[in-house]
Write a protein that binds this ligand. Structure first.
Ligand SMILES: [Zn+2]
Length: 216
């Protein structure tokens, strides 16, 4: 999750578009802080606890929760003895919260920076079927990274047409080689077969032609 971007979207679009007043915005931020910001979709709260944390009366909390619900920025999913479970929606998940242009742009794969934006990293690894683009070794959390097929030194871009997932060994030994220069070296070192070399080179071609589109 790109929290910087989300906070900007809350400030720039969600709050003004849905006319969240100070109390509602404060409540939304509190709920956001304890759910989405820590990787959860919802948060369990009690009205008493909310009124203490937000320094207002219990009677002030309920209408704010109701108003946020009516604006579809939160959803109360369960109310029980343990408290109220609230699902918190991000601006991108609230219909009409973001301007049309931003929504379209965020889906336009050609404009996505696959190297710098961590949200798209899993899509690249998925495209590679969890394997290193070069040696096809299975990647793990500890042994995986993103690499430029055409290095940055020769103006390789951060597009899905140039960014691949690679194991650390390939990543570091590739250096400033282009993918098509590096793969024959792997073959000469006996790390891939001649058949695999041909397949890998064909994939480099397909990558550059934009035929290996990750699903975002
Ligand atoms: Zn590798």
């Amino acid at each position: 999750m790109n929290s910087d971007e989300i906070i900007k979207q809350i400030e720039d679009y969600l709050v003004p578009r849905f006319k969240l007043d100070l109390g509602e915005a404060r409540l939304y931020y509190h709920l956001f802080r304890h759910s989405r910001l820590v990787g959860k979709h919802d948060v369990l709260v009690s009205i008493t606890q909310l009124s203490e944390v937000l320094n207002c009366s219990k009677n002030a909390i309920k209408p704010r929760l109701r108003s946020l619900q009516e604006k579809h920025v939160i959803a109360v999913t369960n109310t029980g003895w343990a408290g109220t479970r609230i699902k918190v929606l991000l601006p991108a998940e609230v219909p009409g919260a973001l301007p049309e242009k931003t929504a379209v742009e965020s889906r336009d794969i050609e404009t996505v920076d696959f190297y710098k934006d961590p949200r798209y990293r899993p899509a690249i690894i998925e495209r590679e079927q969890g394997r290193c683009f070069y040696c096809r070794r299975t990647l793990t959390n500890e042994d995986s990274g993103l690499d430029h097929a055409d290095p940055q030194k020769v103006h390789g871009t951060n597009s899905y047409r140039n960014i691949v997932a690679a194991c650390h060994s390939c990543n570091s030994s590739k250096g400033d080689d282009k993918a098509e220069e590096f793969l024959p070296k792997l073959y000469r070192r006996g790390l891939i077969s001649s058949t695999e070399l041909e397949k890998r080179l064909a994939d480099v071609d397909r990558l550059k032609q934009g035929l290996l589109r990750p699903i975002i």
